[in-house]
Design a protein around this ligand. Structure first.
Ligand code: NOJ
Ligand code: CA
Length: 665
């Protein structure tokens, strides 16, 4: 058993630890204590990229050596298990270590029994514990009210939903207690093991680890020695501390990529929103299995990834200091890519006839822009594993330095899940393979991140949550959505949310579709939703209509020296200021949910004695996400560390501010 308290208040009551193993179905009792070790650690490290330039890793560690007593049944007698606890100022991490030992060499985990018994019926921000997706909208409820059935049933815009336990939720799980403690439960360093979801017992107010099973119902196949991922509990009486916690990163291994000079955070655009909104298509033809009289596929005339159109995006990127252009739908296979559980869909090296890779590579290079590769696997991980070296050699041949992968659909190996052990190992293999070819990675539909970006800094971002794209193909994301994400999904790592939509209504042929934010809130997301990879997701023509507001997207960086959380409450509002790495410039993003708010931002974090040229992008008079989302006002001011900004946020609104240091003379 273990327990966690914060300032003498119980946070986790005495809770069970242990396993059901193939080698011992009671690997949770009958242990004797063989010894303990303690140590302290305090050191700092520099991430290759991040929200801050330097991270302090400071903890006390306790290792507990356990052994099954000699009276234990059968062959279990004498088996050993170690528990390692690390206590930080902002929380706790613990993991199980199976030492190398006779009698426990290769073994199967039937269940992990880790419990988190809570001290109350906390306010909880949750999505269903689904084996295949994290793309649900959040529900805020009392813990005891968790029941995911209605949400799972109604979420038909999500391609694959497998949520057999009505009381299961995903992590990072964010909670707030009645006396205003903020708790976040997640895991760190998920490698070689399935994702941990949590089963809620609403009566006992306890959470139990629910590992995502494999095709035959087992949880994990292990070979000792093996250390499980860390189970993490971040605790504070300030919401801001949850956001600044570096506990998850600190519990991950240092970079395995020795030379990281080639890894560069960047902004990108792409022929993407065209397809998401139905203006264009990924597929070249509308027929999967027939050709024209000339024996060739019949073009549908709406294929976005054509050479001329991609050049238009390259020109736009070059003109606006945007580093990358993502091209989806460039390779053969999109006619029947999805929904057939088909194993060999794409080969990742054969372009459609209207996509001239040589011409585009040369053109992009001449403009100083990188093309971003797209490898949609449609869930067929086996096919991708077979093609991966070929795919990365193709990227190398044509100068692609980053790839966006995707896993839409049911997984192959058939019966496996996106969040099971097999796929967890697959995502890491892809990150390692990408690193060996000096390619940066953005994975869509993977398991949610657990801080592995420290170990694989080329793994810039993941989706693994409900992105802006849901505003294109479903009823969309509620105005509170982006105030919850930083406290939940982003605790594990950066998200490729694809912000920056300027045309917030009338972009879809489906009536009623609209983005549930104002234009200024889309700008603020570049600061509040941290990622080293940020898309400017809208179409060039929609940016051309608001060149003055687009200036913020041109200016905002994607790598930071420092971060200050100025105001935060999950589900309600969030204001963050970040300092550009290597420059005396700051950027502020402030967002609200559906409620309007008055924001006062004191600029005390600016360098004393320095003046800054500020541009404030704020919701205009009468702005409202629903009725008037595109109203904004831009104001230019000179400010210093004594200045205070007062801003009104519209319902679903936001504010973005750039503060460029004026050289002292
Ligand atoms: C879903 C991804 O989230 C989206 O970004 C992508 O365009 C489609 N899959 C097609 O790969
Ligand atoms: Ca997705």
């Amino acid at each position: 058993m273990y327990a966690v308290s914060f300032a003498d208040k119980p946070v986790i009551r005495s809770s069970r630890l242990g396993f059901v193993l193939s080698a011992d179905s009671t690997f949770y009792k009958g242990f004797v204590l063989r010894g303990i070790e303690t140590r302290s650690f305090d050191s700092s490290w520099k991430p290759v990229w991040g929200e801050v330039a330097v991270i302090r890793d400071h903890y006390r560690e306790l290792t507990v050596h356990l052994q099954k007593s000699s009276g234990a049944a059968g062959s279990a007698a004498g088996l050993r298990l170690d528990l390692v606890f690390r206590v930080f100022e902002d929380g706790v991490g613990f993991r199980y270590v199976f030492p190398k030992q006779p009698g426990l060499n290769y073994f199967i985990v039937g269940d992990e029994l880790t419990e988190f018994r809570l001290a109350g019926d906390h306010k909880t921000f949750w999505i269903p514990g689904d084996y295949d997706t994290n793309e649900y909208p959040y529900t805020t409820s009392a813990l005891s009210a968790v029941d995911n059935r209605a949400l799972v049933a109604s979420s038909t815009a999500i391609a694959v939903r497998v949520a057999p336990d009505a009381q299961a939720v995903q992590t990072p799980l964010m909670m707030k207690t009645a006396d205003s403690l903020y708790l976040n439960i997640h895991e760190a360093a998920l490698v070689g093991y399935p994702a941990m979801q949590l089963h809620v017992d609403g009566r006992a107010l306890s959470l139990t680890a629910a590992l995502v099973p494999d095709a035959v119902g087992n949880k994990a196949y292990l070979h000792a020695p093996f250390a499980t991922p860390w189970r993490t509990v971040i605790v504070s009486d300030k919401a801001a501390d949850i956001l600044t916690s570096k506990l998850i990163l600190n519990l991950n291994e240092p970079s395995k990529v020795a030379n990281t000079d080639w890894i560069r955070p960047m902004k990108f655009v792409g022929v993407w929103w065209e397809m998401q909104t139905g203006k264009g298509t990924w597929n070249y033809s509308d027929f999967a299995d027939s050709v024209g009289v000339d024996g060739r596929p019949v073009p549908n005339g709406r294929h976005s990834a054509n050479t001329a159109n991609v050049k238009r995006y390259i020109d736009f990127a070059a003109a606006n200091q945007i580093g990358g252009v993502l091209v989806e739908g460039w390779n053969v296979g999109w006619e029947d890519w999805f929904g057939n559980w088909k194993e060999n869909v794409f080969d990742f090296v054969t372009p459609y006839p209207d996509f001239d890779v040589r011409e585009l590579t040369d053109y992009a290079a001449s403009k100083g822009v990188s093309l971003i590769m797209h490898n949609e696997t449609s869930g067929s991980a086996t096919n991708y594993e077979r093609q991966m070296d070929t795919a990365f050699r193709y990227m190398q041949r044509w100068g692609y330095t980053s790839v966006k992968t995707g896993y839409v659909g049911k997984i192959i190996p058939r019966g496996e899940h996106h969040d099971g052990q097999w796929m967890v190992e697959h995502y890491v293999r892809v990150a390692e393979k990408a690193a060996s070819y000096h390619v940066m990675l953005d994975a869509h539909e993977p398991v949610r991140p657990t801080g592995l970006q420290r170990t694989y800094p080329n793994w810039l971002a993941c989706e693994a949550a409900r992105g802006n794209e849901y505003n294109a193909f479903s009823d969309g994301n509620a105005p509170e959505h982006e105030t919850i994400l930083p406290f939940t999904r982003l605790i594990g790592g950066p998200m490729d949310y694809t912000p920056g939509i300027f045309k917030l209504r009338g972009y879809s042929s489906v009536p009623g579709r609209q983005v549930h934010t104002t234009l200024c809130k889309q700008l603020a997301l570049y600061v509040t939703l941290y990622s080293p990879l940020q898309m400017a997701a809208d179409l060039p023509e929609n940016y051309a209509a608001h060149r003055d507001a687009f200036q913020f997207i041109r200016d905002v960086p994607v790598d930071w020296e420092d971060t200050k959380i100025l105001a935060a409450e999950p589900g309600d509002y969030l204001t963050i200021a970040r300092k550009q790495k290597g420059a005396e410039n700051w950027f502020i993003g402030g967002i609200t949910d559906e409620s309007p708010r008055d924001l006062r931002v004191s600029l005390g974090f600016l360098k004393k004695g320095r003046t800054y040229a500020a541009i404030v992008y704020r919701d205009g008079a009468g702005a409202d996400w629903k009725t008037n989302p595109e109203a904004y006002t831009i104001e230019r001011l000179t400010v210093d560390s004594k200045s205070v900004l007062s801003v009104k946020l519209a319902p679903g609104g936001g504010v973005a501010v750039s503060l460029m240091g004026i050289a002292a003379n």
